[in-house]
Design a protein around this ligand. Structure first.
Ligand code: NAP
Ligand code: ZN
Length: 350
């Protein structure tokens, strides 16, 4: 086994603390990665704090991982030592069901194996994520990082980036389309950047007046304060697509009313509590749809990374030491981050 350092929580009320862990000995197709940076996703907080139920402790979150390859198993063909690589939210899947066959491992019908808080298929052990200095992952689930993307800014592409890229592509965001992004956090700011780069007219919905100028700088054509009914009403019946990244329960009918006929409202925010019930009339009267979307498959994640490499798209990050996770969580819960915390893993040795 490989001994690694990590930061873990031991219960939903515990604070993060150093926690030595074992990574598995390399299987033939495994890649051993030295982690340089790991983003802090709101899903990490929901999981560590037990907000979604079903967290196994000790829990080591982290699924926005970048680093360098330090060893490969004998059957690895796609990677070699020193390659700049990434690992996102998925480390395994059945690779047999129709979803896996289509490269949509996130919808694996037997359940994908998450980078953390899942059961390893072979050992049944709880998977441990990227708040750690090392990880071992099957090469099928390792991504090639474009060399021009700075690791401390590129790490969030592995979850925040792909979680927005997948619905934007699936629902055809691009030239001639009006696309709304609700919430300017880690996911939302990547949604603004990606939808803008795809050529859509982008409108950012936020509850934070103070984020208005930033949103424009990041690529929003217009910014709407979502709590202001008059501002919202100006956009009634005009959107092709709205992607909602908000992490807490909120009223949805107003936003759905902004869709034009046949428009789609896609939920990616994973609030632990239900939203208020929906009014069904806007769906009937306007043939509108309500949908959800989960991260993205490995193939589309690589496509997104290559697109970001070509267009020089990275996340706006605030780099923190691993000893600052608690502070980062407190600020993230208050929507006070511009726009993603990323852990500099060198700090784990302090
Ligand atoms: P984040 O950085 O904390 O951003 C969430 C944003 O939502 C905040 O910045 C804030 O934006 C807005 N917000 C928060 N509380 C709100 C409230 N009570 N009412 C209205 N707006 C509120 O979180 P994130 O990392 O982007 O993640 C967002 C959500 O997506 C989380 O629930 C996470 O678990 C989930 N997620 C889902 C997937 C998926 O595959 N579907 C993948 C990753 C994460 P403003 O200040 O602009 O209003
Ligand atoms: Zn995430």
């Amino acid at each position: 086994m490989i001994t690694a350092k990590s930061y873990a929580v031991q219960s939903h009320t515990a604070k993060f603390a150093p926690h030595p862990i074992q990574r598995r000995d390399l299987r033939p197709n495994d890649v051993h990665i030295s982690i340089s940076h790991c983003g802090i996703c709101h899903s990490d907080l929901h999981t560590a704090r037990g907000e979604w139920q079903g967290t196994t402790y000790p829990c080591v979150p982290g699924h926005e991982i970048v680093g360098k390859v330090v060893a490969v198993g004998p059957k690895v063909t796609g990677f070699k030592n020193d390659d700049y690589v990434g690992v996102g939210c998925i480390v395994d899947s059945c690779q047999d069901c129709p979803s896996c066959a289509e490269g949509l491992e996130q919808y694996c019908q037997k359940g994908f194996i998450g980078t953390y808080n899942s059961k390893d298929k072979q050992t049944g052990e709880n998977t441990l994520g990227g708040y750690s200095d090392q990880i071992v992952v099957d090469e099928k689930f390792v991504l090639r990082m474009p060399e021009n993307l700075d690791p401390k800014k590129a790490a969030p592409l592995l979850c925040a980036g792909i979680t927005l890229w997948s619905p934007l592509r699936h629902w055809g965001a691009g030239k001639g389309k009006k696309v709304g992004i609700n919430g300017l956090g880690g996911l939302g700011h990547m949604g603004v950047k990606l939808a803008h780069a795809l050529g859509a007219h982008v409108v950012l919905f936020t509850t934070s007046e103070g984020k208005r100028e930033d949103a424009k700088r990041l690529g929003a054509d217009e910014v709407v304060i979502s709590k202001n009914k008059d501002e919202m009403a100006k956009h009634a019946n005009t959107f092709d697509l709205i992607v909602d990244t908000v992490s807490a329960p909120h009223e949805l009918d107003t936003g759905i009313g902004l869709l034009k006929r046949d428009g789609t409202y896609v939920m990616v925010g994973a609030s632990p509590e239900n939203h208020p019930p929906l009014n069904h009339w806007p769906f009937i009267l306007g043939r509108r749809s309500f949908a959800g979307s989960l991260i993205g498959g490995i193939k589309e994640t690589q496509e997104m990374l290559d697109f970001c490499g070509e267009h020089n798209i990275v996340s706006e990050t605030e780099v923190v030491a691993i000893q600052q996770i608690e502070e980062a969580y407190t600020r993230m819960a208050k929507s006070d981050v511009k726009y993603r915390f990323v852990i500099d893993m060198a700090s784990i040795n302090k």
